[in-house]
Design a binder for this molecule. Structure first.
Ligand SMILES: [Zn+2]
Length: 232
């Protein structure tokens, strides 16, 4: 036999034992977060400051600057039969984790007699002359078809009065996210920010900013605000 050549092994003729096929594990992938991390506490405080605490812009106009401005809960609501109000309110309560709205006490009340609460109306969105109807699909104000907000709705530093959520104009129907966005305005988010109208109607920043407002008593100064993180 030549050096270096090994004798061949006879081929195995008996059948190999049958074993169940084991699932082949997929190659391990690096872990990539499916959703980006939400805003940091500092970002939430900054956004809450810009839209509420600082009182910059409408409708605060400098009043009660530097402190939390919001409703005392629960907020009475008259839906006026507006079906979109219900899932929107449900979503807010699910995210914040407690009852926000009193859905009974003024539901059947004559609007004119309502002195405190949110009233939904359909077809009454404020549409200024020359305005893009798609950009004015809903708004919050002190009257249907109005873009205004009475000074008396902030007294003292507490949101109160009869506040309208106006949905739709003849050329735009508000979707579910717009309805939640308008409820956000009615609850005390004023100027838009990233995650609230600057891009989408509601985004990842919306929920923790809203939750933070309601996690702190009316009048809480910025330095004492406790941040409430809410993940999407
Ligand atoms: Zn808005």
């Amino acid at each position: 036999m030549p050096v270096g050549v090994l004798p061949t092994t006879p081929a195995q003729t008996s059948p190999a034992p049958v074993t169940p096929e084991a699932p082949v594990p997929a190659p391990t992938e690096p872990v990539v977060p499916v959703t980006p991390a939400g805003p940091t506490d500092a970002e939430i405080l900054g956004l809450a400051d810009s839209t509420n605490l600082s009182s910059v812009g409408y409708p605060w106009n400098g009043r009660y600057a530097g402190v939390v401005k919001r409703w005392t809960l629960p907020i009475p609501v008259k839906t006026n039969g507006e079906a979109r109000a219900v899932p929107a309110m449900d979503a807010v309560e699910a995210k914040l984790g407690y009852v926000i709205f009193d859905r009974a006490s003024i539901e059947s009340a004559d609007e004119a007699t309502i002195t405190r609460g949110i009233v939904f109306r359909q077809g009454t969105a404020y549409l200024p002359a020359g305005g893009n109807p798609q950009a004015f699909c809903g708004n919050v104000s002190d009257a249907p078809f109005s873009g205004g907000w009475s000074a008396s709705m902030l007294s003292p530093g507490e949101l109160t009065g009869r506040i309208y959520v106006n949905l739709d104009n003849p050329q735009c129907v508000a979707d579910g996210e717009i309805v939640i966005h308008e409820i956000g305005h009615a609850m005390g988010l004023a100027t838009h920010f990233k995650g609230f109208g600057d891009d989408d109607a509601i985004g990842p920043e919306f929920w923790p900013v809203l939750a933070t407002l309601y996690a702190n008593p009316i009048g809480t100064p910025k330095a004492s605000v406790v941040i409430k993180q809410i993940k999407n």
